[in-house]
Design a protein. Sequence first.
Length: 213
Amino acid sequence: MKIVMLGAPGAGKGTQAKKIAEEYGVPHISTGDIFRANIKNNTPLGQQAKIYMDKGELVPDELVVSLIMDRFDEPDCEKGYVLDGYPRTIPQAKALDKALEDNGEKLDYAIDVDVPDEVIIDRMSGRRACLNCGATYHIVNNPPKTESVCDACGNELVQRDDDKEETVKNRLDVYHDQTEPLKQYYADAGVLYTVDGTKEMEEVFKSICSIVE
Ligand code: ADP
Ligand code: ADP
Ligand code: ZN
């Protein structure tokens, strides 16, 4: 099972991708999480990615593509995967298609979590993230059991630097400009499915399950 999650930053891709991964036993691959782990460990990749992420811009395709291709070589990807935050540009989508084709495989579903920009601003300003395990919470919609502590791993929750309002606006522009065209790309390939991401998390998840089953 190979799934791509599409949607604006803050639409709920990560929230849903984690649930799908758990339900269907495939790895959840988030390029954003991989970059944040590299930043935390101050690796050369992290140092490069941070320059772009802090401005709300996309990390250059060459860097992201080589990172994701290495990830596909890990044995857990044999069962498939849920990609969250990749691809974000047409060249990234083409690189994915080529890698799949070379293995005689194809993408099964591109699921667009559709949420209007007004709702996005609220989601991002209330988002709190665990930089240890990648879990996300929302101070109103989905608070952790103990304030500022990750339910899953006990780590401290933080507001991501790029979730501050000025950066969010730029990320939304970048999304509409560079990532939204992927909807047409996957519609042309016959694998695009859209779910209403403004519904409650469980309801969104049910819609996704009915597509995948
Ligand atoms: P969100 O969860 O808000 O959609 P992510 O965690 O997926 O954000 O990504 C955070 C940042 O990491 C992006 O704004 C971008 O700078 C960088 N990034 C993540 N994935 C990609 C990608 N596939 N291509 C380019 N940049 C990426
Ligand atoms: P993305 O990975 O697309 O950037 P996240 O999954 O991190 O988005 O979700 C962004 C924020 O919105 C988080 O604070 C999350 O708890 C919250 N959220 C996710 N899905 C929903 C939903 N269906 N309703 C309300 N809030 C949600
Ligand atoms: Zn955690």
